[in-house]
Write a protein that binds this ligand. Structure first.
Ligand code: F6P
Length: 338
């Protein structure tokens, strides 16, 4: 069998570990031919590919980014799935490349497109990827653990400078519309306030919590805010500066903001993400060998399994309001701004 691997959507640490997991298992255990498709779905449209072999798959386990490059698939969705949806240029390219299966490493958008291609009759396997951890159907995505490690280290560092100046520090973390990174890094980093898109927030409640801390002799506070927060002004992203100005004005305490941004997607994957990527990649090859197409590999607890792409497409996995970390944080005096 000949399989093509692509990475699509935002990059994250662990993509190369996944490419290695799929590729080495396919080549060494199942004797398959493997090609790498460059820059996401555009690489199929332009037949921009490279052969992958044991040599090209060596030395990439710990590398961040993606050796294949990536792109946002929205730009290609119209090309990929034209209105008539009876045929598509991507089906032609898939046939011209003589592929027996297409492995799509990506987040929500990629898995939605993967399902569309599967419905068109292509043999497709999805592998969930994102620092946001918001892909429905899997308990965790690779990239998330590394991003939480990066964000937590940043929050740890902000405690000392906030303490030195008796300031409030507002830290904005990524996560798109989900608050998984904010919740896990906020709790791990000992934040005093954690603001999640799923819960919303009342700035007056935030200010009251900070003022109460100051009254108890705790002169600095750490506020972790998910980038996807919806504020009273209706903005849904990048609110750290707005929130910081509101806090400083209401509490009289000097407040500064830090936006972690793309640092959370850079650098080498954590050991946890390397092994998670390896497990998911290996299982993808197992599904291909068994000709079980149209599925996304996933973690169900600590078990690697798979579900139909049709069950994943178009859904989002958000933080449940009664997540035990939220309950536990509340019991320990951490404010969630509600
Ligand atoms: O999906 C990963 C992610 O980093 C989100 O957390 C963030 O909102 C988005 O990608 C940024 O997208 P782009 O890389 O296109 O700016």
């Amino acid at each position: 069998m000949k399989i093509g691997i692509l990475s699509s959507g935002g990059d994250c640490p662990g993509i190369n570990a996944t490419i290695r997991g799929v590729g080495k298992t396919a080549i060494m255990h199942y004797n398959m031919e493997v090609i790498g498709i460059h820059n996401g779905f555009s690489g199929i449209l332009h037949k921009d590919v490279q052969a992958l072999d044991e040599r090209s798959l060596s030395g990439i386990l710990n590398l961040g980014g993606t050796i294949l490059g990536t792109s946002r698939e929205k730009a290609f969705r119209k090309l990929i799935i034209p209105d008539d949806s009876h045929s598509s240029i991507i089906s032609e390219r898939y046939a011209e490349l003589e592929l027996d299966c297409l492995v799509c490493i990506g987040g929500n958008g990629t898995q939605k497109t993967s399902n569309l291609l599967s419905e068109l009759g292509l043999n497709v396997i999805g592998i969930p990827k994102t620092i946001d951890n918001d892909v429905w159907g899997t308990d965790i995505t690779f990239g998330f653990d590394t991003a939480v490690n990066i964000a937590t280290e940043a929050i740890d560092r902000l405690h000392s400078t906030a303490n030195a100046h008796k300031r409030v520090m507002v830290v904005e973390v990524m996560g798109h519309h989900a608050g998984w990174i904010a919740l896990y890094a906020g709790m791990a980093g000992g934040a005093d306030v954690i603001l999640l898109p799923e819960l919303g927030f009342d700035i007056d409640k935030v200010n009251a919590a900070i003022t109460e801390r100051a009254a108890k002799g705790k002169p600095y506070s750490i506020v972790v805010a998910a980038e996807g927060l919806r504020t009273a002004r209706g903005e849904t992203t990048h609110n750290a500066g707005y929130i910081a100005s509101k806090i400083e004005k209401a509490t009289g305490i000097e407040t500064r903001e830090t936006v972690l941004g793309y640092i959370q997607r850079g650098g080498n994957p954590s050991p946890f993400d390397r092994n998670l990527a390896t497990r998911l990649g290996g299982h993808a090859s197992e599904l291909i060998a068994g000709r079980r197409f149209g599925r996304m590999v996933r973690m169900n607890g600590d078990e690697v399994s798979s579900i139909p792409l049709s069950e994943v497409a178009g859904k989002l996995k958000l933080v449940p309001p009664h997540h035990d970390l939220i309950i536990q944080g509340g019991r320990m005096g951490i404010s969630f701004g509600i």
